[in-house]
Ligand binder design. Structure first.
Ligand SMILES: Cc1ncc(COP(=O)(O)O)c(C=O)c1O
Length: 297
């Protein structure tokens, strides 16, 4: 599914470093680390009238990713929250909104890889757009397994939510070429890791399974689903899972802030039912629960 331009986003205001700019003027320098080396961290946030889903967890992950990458001058949660509030207020947004929150290592004094060239502090970007859920969750998505493997910790730890997204973009290109919605990425041992931009779950014999977070982003929506299973006394198991197990699952779904819970109805040409009772119960529980996970600014 290809997202389309939403004309409501034509004149949005975007926060860059310390103030708002109109969309056409919202830019970073050619010396910015994100341009020079994809040297930035990011979060996707979803906005409801009740607040932002799991805001504190997202801000913690952003700060921890930045600490791992040894950013100096990491902004406080308070500073980031004020920047988000300023952006949402300026755009009159409180629903159907997705925020791409980015923190770059900042502007360099000259081009180069060395973080010591960053002497101007980090750059925070709050890009809030009108963006309803990106998939039609009533229909679901078709995916294909790709040759590009998801990073394991000994290459580049998938627990860092960084902007160096080429690992995932290569997978998405393969899915595009095949005419499918997303690329299913394996880890370096051949177990299922995740889709190129969301986590995966499967349902079989009354139990819910998800891959270990060894080579996938430990998604915040993934964590909410795990908690939801525990709350409703549904057995949830983290495991090494193969493609064959996913092909023969009774239900498969993807999780992420952009699309929330999305049934996967085909993997590598094998159909998977989207009408499994337990899976649909989980989808319903999440819909009911998501607004209680919102935090006011
Ligand atoms: C590779 C990848 N996996 C999974 C996710 C889902 O994570 P979350 O549920 O925290 O949005 C994302 C979202 O950014 C992602 O980029």
């Amino acid at each position: 599914m290809l997202q389309e331009f939403d004309s409501r986003n034509k004149n949005i205001q975007v926060f860059v470093k310390d103030r708002l700019y109109p969309r056409t003027e919202a830019k970073v320098s050619v010396f910015d680390s994100s341009v020079q080396g994809g040297d930035a961290v990011w979060e996707g946030l979803r906005v409801y009238p009740e607040g932002i889903v799991c805001l504190d967890k997202h801000l913690t992950r952003l700060q921890e990713s930045a600490k791992t990458l040894a950013f100096e001058d990491i902004p406080s949660k308070d500073f980031i929250k004020k920047a988000i509030k300023q952006t949402l207020d300026a755009n009159g947004m409180n629903d159907e909104t997705h925020i791409r929150l980015t923190l770059t290592r900042g502007e360099k004094i000259t081009s180069g890889m060395d973080p010591r060239l960053n002497q101007n502090g980090t750059t925070l970007i709050v890009l809030a757009e009108w963006k309803p859920l990106v998939y039609d969750n009533a229909i679901g998505i078709k995916v294909i397994s790709v040759s590009q493997r998801r990073n394991a910790p000994h290459f580049l730890d998938s627990k860092i939510h960084h902007n160096n997204l080429l690992n995932n973009i290569m997978a998405k290109i393969q899915a595009n070429v095949a005419g499918k919605d997303a690329g299913l990425m394996l880890d370096e041992k051949g177990f299922v890791a995740e889709l190129n931009g969301s986590n995966l779950f499967m349902v079989k014999h009354g139990k819910v399974y998800t891959p270990f977070a060894h080579a996938c982003l430990p998604g915040i929506t993934r964590e909410s689903v795990v908690q939801l299973c525990k709350k409703h006394e549904i057995e949830i198991i983290e495991a090494d899972l193969t493609l064959s197990q996913f092909y023969n699952a009774e239900g498969v779904f993807a999780t992420g802030t952009m699309g929330e819970l999305t049934p996967v109805i085909e993997i590598d040409g094998r159909s998977i039912s989207s009408s499994h009772l337990l899976m649909n119960q989980l989808l319903k529980f999440f819909k009911e629960e998501v607004r209680t996970l919102c935090e006011k600014l």
